[in-house]
Design a protein around this ligand. Structure first.
Ligand code: PGA
Length: 249
C-alpha cells in the first residue's frame, strides 16, 4: 500500500477561540480539493468549536496530548473518552515540548500511545534528538530508543493507526531545518528500525513525517525524499496562507 503525504498542523498553545474558528474555516476552504491527508492539532479548549467547523471536510481533528488513564479523579487531565466525544480522531503524543519542558517520560508516552490505540484513536508519535545528542553522534540511538520504548506493546495491526513524526529538537521553532539529506538519513534509519521491531510491510506502510521549521520554501525538497512522507508543522500552520502551500507538494 502506497503511503499518502500526510501534512499536520500543530497549533501548540496559540490562537484565541475566534482565531481558531477562522483558521479552521480558511483551511476547510483552501484544502477542500486537495488529495493528501491533513490534520490540525488544536488546543483542548477550542476542539469542540473547531470540530463543528471542519465536520464533513477532508481535515482530521487532532488533540495535542491526552491522559494515559480513563475518566476519574485526575485533576486537569483530558481523557480519550472526552476527546472522542468532541470528534477528535488523532492525538499528537510525545512532542519534544512535553518531553523536555514538562518532563514526560517514555514510559508515560507509551501508556498514552497504548491507551489511544485501544480506544480507537490514531496517534502521531513524536521522536527526535536534542542538539547535544546529534553533536555526540547519537541521533540514531536516541530515535531507536524512543521508538522501541514508546511503541512497546503496540501490535503490528495497531501500527496502521500510528504515524511517526521525526522532529530534531534543535530544528523546532528555531528556523534551522535539517537538510533534506540529513533528515532522509534518519527517516530511512527509523523505517529500517520499524522493520526490525515489526516487519518490512509495517515499515513500508508507516507514514514518517518530518517536523522542525518546515515551511513552503523548504517543504518541497524535504517531501521529495523517499522516506519523508509528510510534515508536522508548528509556526507555519498558524495561517492558511503559510500552511496551504505546504499541502501542495
Ligand atoms: P515548528 O514546530 O514548525 O514551529 O518548528 C514543529 C513542531 O514542533 O511540531
Amino acid at each position: 500500500m502506497a503511503r499518502t503525504h500526510y501534512i499536520a498542523g500543530n497549533w501548540k498553545m496559540n490562537t484565541s477561540r475566534a482565531e481558531a474558528v477562522k483558521l479552521a474555516q480558511d483551511l476547510v476552504a483552501v484544502l477542500k480539493d486537495k488529495k493528501g491527508k491533513y490534520m490540525i492539532g488544536v488546543p483542548f479548549v477550542y476542539l469542540d468549536a473547531v470540530s463543528q467547523v471542519i465536520k464533513g471536510s477532508n481535515i482530521i481533528l487532532g488533540a495535542q496530548d491526552v491522559a494515559a488513564t480513563a475518566n476519574g479523579a485526575h485533576t486537569g487531565e483530558v481523557s480519550t473518552e472526552m476527546l472522542k466525544d468532541v470528534g477528535v480522531q488523532t492525538v499528537i503524543i510525545g512532542h519534544s515540548e512535553r518531553r523536555h519542558e514538562i518532563g514526560e517520560s517514555d514510559e508515560l508516552i507509551n501508556k498514552k500511545v497504548r491507551r489511544c490505540l485501544s480506544e480507537g484513536l490514531d496517534v502521531v508519535l513524536c521522536i527526535g534528538e536534542l542538539l547535544a545528542d546529534r553533536e555526540a553522534g547519537n541521533a540514531e540511538t536516541v530515535c531507536a530508543f524512543q521508538l522501541s520504548a514508546d511503541l512497546a506493546g503496540v501490535s503490528a495491526e495497531q501500527m496502521a493507526h500510528v504515524t511517526i513524526a521525526y522532529e530534531p529538537v534543535w530544528a523546532i521553532g528555531t528556523g534551522k531545518t535539517a537538510t533534506p539529506e540529513d533528515a532522509e538519513a534518519i527517516h530511512k534509519f527509523c523505517r529500517e528500525y520499524i522493520a526490525k521491531l515489526y516487519n518490512q510491510k509495517v515499515a513500508d506502510e508507516t507514514i514518517i513525517q518530518y517536523g522542525g521549521s518546515m515551511k513552503a520554501s523548504n517543504a518541497k525538497d524535504l517531501l521529495a525524499q523517499p522516506d519523508i512522507d509528510g510534515g508536522l508543522i508548528g509556526g507555519a500552520s498558524l495561517k492558511a496562507d503559510t500552511f496551504a502551500p505546504i499541502c501542495e507538494f
